[in-house]
Design a protein around this ligand. Structure first.
Ligand SMILES: Nc1ncnc2c1ncn2[C@@H]1O[C@H](COP(=O)(O)OP(=O)(O)O)[C@@H](O)[C@H]1O
Ligand SMILES: [Mg+2]
Length: 284
């Protein structure tokens, strides 16, 4: 990929936890304006990749470029200013605050420096931020939960509030870790439509970890597959679905000879394709 087309590049990235190679020599790029899925079996390292991109953990080797700038040594907060926002696989809202207050927290990164200093003395109109946060909740169909204490809301609603909180940071690159996990089919479909709308004009580039291949198919134009911290495949959703190595990673089958792989990729057995989808949907 040409440098300027890539909003994000991981180049030969490695990460150990207590000597365990969790991410190994990982190289991939995310094209600006694309909707890219990062998939792989549980424990493959997907959430760790998000933690490395967002600066929650430092990389051991390689480098990470955002818009062509090496941010490998920039702390997490600095990366927010490079236009990165994220959710977490396990919701990290402030449960005792209202939905609106949680969204206001998401605006904080746009409200630093002199603005942050001036706001308490009301030289910057506070209402502007509040109205924008209310508008963002309304746009996501969450207006009625504005004043509700987040901890008391259903899981699916909390996940949607977390997404709104990430969006009010006005990211250029949005990282979503299993946004559809735990949602029912109607909520999943609503989420997909919401993401298609907000990323539709290419203003926001999406990198999403998701097990549900139907969701990935409908939303993403590109898929990167991880297994044991290494990239094992990259391509369109159709190419990935037909990839023998990906099937082996999910199903735990023995590797096959190359010719058999080629044949199987062209004529996937229907029962196996179905199994792959079920395994992916349940994330095991
Ligand atoms: N902070 C951490 N300390 C130690 N090990 C970790 C840490 N974060 C992740 N791991 C390990 O890294 C591996 C990949 O985990 P993770 O990135 O959560 O996988 P995935 O999101 O693909 O399911 C697992 O073996 C996990 O136990
Ligand atoms: Mg994970």
């Amino acid at each position: 990929m040409i440098g300027s087309d890539a909003i994000l590049t991981l180049h030969e990235v490695g990460k150990n936890f207590a000597g365990l190679h969790v991410i190994d020599d990982l190289t991939f790029s995310v094209r600006r304006g694309s909707r890219t899925a990062l998939i792989g079996p549980n424990g493959a390292g997907k959430s760790t990749v998000f933690n490395l991109i967002s600066g929650v953990h430092a990389i051991d080797t390689g480098c990470i470029l955002l818009d062509g700038v090496d941010v490998s040594r920039i702390p997490s907060r600095g990366r927010i200013h490079h236009g990165v926002a994220r959710n977490f696989q396990n919701i990290r809202l402030m449960p005792h605050l209202s939905a609106l207050e949680n969204v206001l927290v998401g605006q904080h990164c746009r409200n630093s420096g002199w603005r942050g200093v001036l706001q308490p003395v009301n030289l910057i109109p506070r209402n502007r931020w509040r109205e924008e946060a209310r508008g963002a909740l309304a746009e996501a169909g969450l207006a009625r939960y504005e004043r509700a204490t987040v901890g008391s809301l259903p899981y699916g609603v909390q996940k949607r509030i977390e997404l709104v909180r990430a969006l009010v940071a006005k990211p250029r690159l949005l990282l979503l870790d299993e946004p559809a996990a735990g949602l029912n089919p109607a909520e999943t479909d609503a989420l997909r439509q919401h993401l298609t709308a907000i990323c539709g004009e290419g203003r926001i580039t999406l990198l999403v970890v998701e097990h549900d291949m139907h969701f990935v198919d409908a939303l993403c134009d590109r898929v990167v597959v991880l297994n044991f911290g290494r990239k094992i495949a990259e391509g369109t959703p159709d190419e990935i679905r037909a990839d023998a190595l990906v099937r082996e990673a999910y199903l735990g089958a023995e590797p096959e000879p190359a010719e058999a792989r080629e044949d199987r990729a062209q004529n996937p057995a229907p029962h196996q394709a179905a199994k792959l989808e079920v395994v992916q949907r349940h994330g095991s």
